[in-house]
Design a protein around this ligand. Structure first.
Ligand code: GLU
Length: 389
């Protein structure tokens, strides 16, 4: 899933949020947006399809200055990538939220809220959460309680950051299945889906745990766990230089990668699965429907990715009961191949830049006669490599 950044500070937060989004660009996304509450306690928002640079341009033409704000890069799961579907989503003119993840019971909640007169301007699952919190805010008159009550109705995976113009001194955040970290500053505090987003402003972090809900003010952070108990989360200091570009305490990079596997697998799965199942929308807005029609899976990869594909083949045939073939990209691209109808074409590349794998993908897309097949091809490959072709 994509990125969230938030800040509450004495200084203008617009630049901090924008830089945070730029630092999350590596995750791949389709649109970006920001909402800021200014001194007069009014809430303003900007949203753009495409790169963070497009959002930066829109904001430089119409600045969103203020001391409290939230920002988002979106990977569409419900509704196409578009300005209307981009986050932040609002309920009324004064409440805004950003969300990473998937709300599984969004349709049922949407129908319920529609029947009560709420008007939806997007196709997203997120707008449902905005209106649900908006509705509870009217009853509770307090943002923290409104979020707390609302999340008891949500099923799925989510990290949320919420602001309200009537309460311009704090943001409320929570997580269930999607990552969220609090960046601890001096006289200012931040939140993000990845600590890398906040390194220009702090190196001290608290990692929220599943079910946590937190009230973030510039001079105070209060966290409650899912049972409503006040909890402290340990502050850890980010060691500059101990990141992925450094081999740290290990003798060589291969050893480091081996030891990193549990953490990397957990981070990859976060927001894409629940306790009981895979959230197929994480593969794209159409994935849930398209996957039902898949009759064959063709994996294309090179080197280590090819070996990962061979393991995946066993799992796919065993768990999904769908026939699966695996081929080295350089073989596939230089031979005449027969592609069965309704094939899901899955390209795996560690860097997202393996030349033979990319060439095989382009070739397969060109040859594919069934539009459905082509679509799954590009989405699946894009997911694997965070690349758009
Ligand atoms: N499900 C939400 C949407 O489609 C959030 C996706 C994300 O995590 O970026 O807008």
């Amino acid at each position: 899933m994509c990125g969230i950044v938030g800040a509450v500070s004495e200084r203008d937060v617009q630049g901090i949020l924008l830089e945070g989004l730029r630092r999350l660009e590596y995750r791949g996304y389709d649109s970006a947006g920001m909402a800021v509450i200014n001194g007069e306690s009014s809430l303003r928002r900007a949203r753009e399809v495409g790169k963070v640079a497009a959002l930066a341009e829109a904001i430089s033409a119409n600045p969103l200055s203020g001391h409290l704000g939230i920002a988002h890069t979106r990977w569409a799961t419900h509704g196409e990538p578009s300005q209307l579907n981009a986050h932040p989503h609002m309920s009324g003119e004064r409440l805004a939220i950003v969300h990473n993840g998937i709300i599984e019971n969004y349709q049922e909640l949407r129908d319920e809220l529609k029947a009560e007169g709420y008007v939806f301007t997007s196709q997203t699952d997120t707008e449902v959460v905005a209106h649900l919190i908006g509705k509870n805010y009217q009853q509770e008159g307090n943002l923290y309680n409104a979020v707390k009550t609302s999340i008891t109705r949500l099923r799925g995976a989510f990290a949320l950051a919420v602001v309200h113009a009537d309460e311009p001194d704090h943001l409320v955040v929570c997580r269930e299945g999607s990552p969220l970290v609090v960046g601890v500053g001096i006289g200012e505090n931040f939140i993000a889906s990845d600590q890398l987003a906040l390194l220009p402003v702090t190196d001290r972090f608290m990692f929220l745990e599943e079910g946590d809900i937190a009230d973030i003010r510039k001079d105070q952070i209060k966290i409650h766990d899912r049972d409503g108990q006040a909890v402290e989360r340990t502050i850890t200091r980010f060691e500059h230089g101990s990141d992925s570009a450094d081999k740290g305490e290990y003798r060589h990079f291969m050893l480091k990668e081996i030891y990193e596997q549990p953490r990397v697998i957990k981070a990859t799965m976060e927001g894409r699965i629940t306790d009981t199942r895979v959230l197929e929308q994480a593969l794209g807005t159409e994935a849930a429907n398209l996957l039902d029609n898949v009759r064959h899976v063709q994996i294309i990869a090179c080197g280590t990715s090819f070996h990962a594909g061979m393991v995946a083949r066993y799992w796919i045939e065993d768990l999904a009961g769908v026939p699966c073939s695996v081929e080295v990209a350089s073989e596939f691209r230089y031979r005449k191949h027969v592609i069965q109808p309704d094939t899901l074409f899955l390209c795996i590349s560690q860097s997202g830049e393996t030349a033979d794998t990319l060439a095989a993908l382009r070739q397969a897309k060109k040859r594919a006669s069934v539009p459905r097949w082509q679509f799954v091809t590009s989405r699946a490959a894009r997911w694997c490599g965070n690349q758009t072709w």
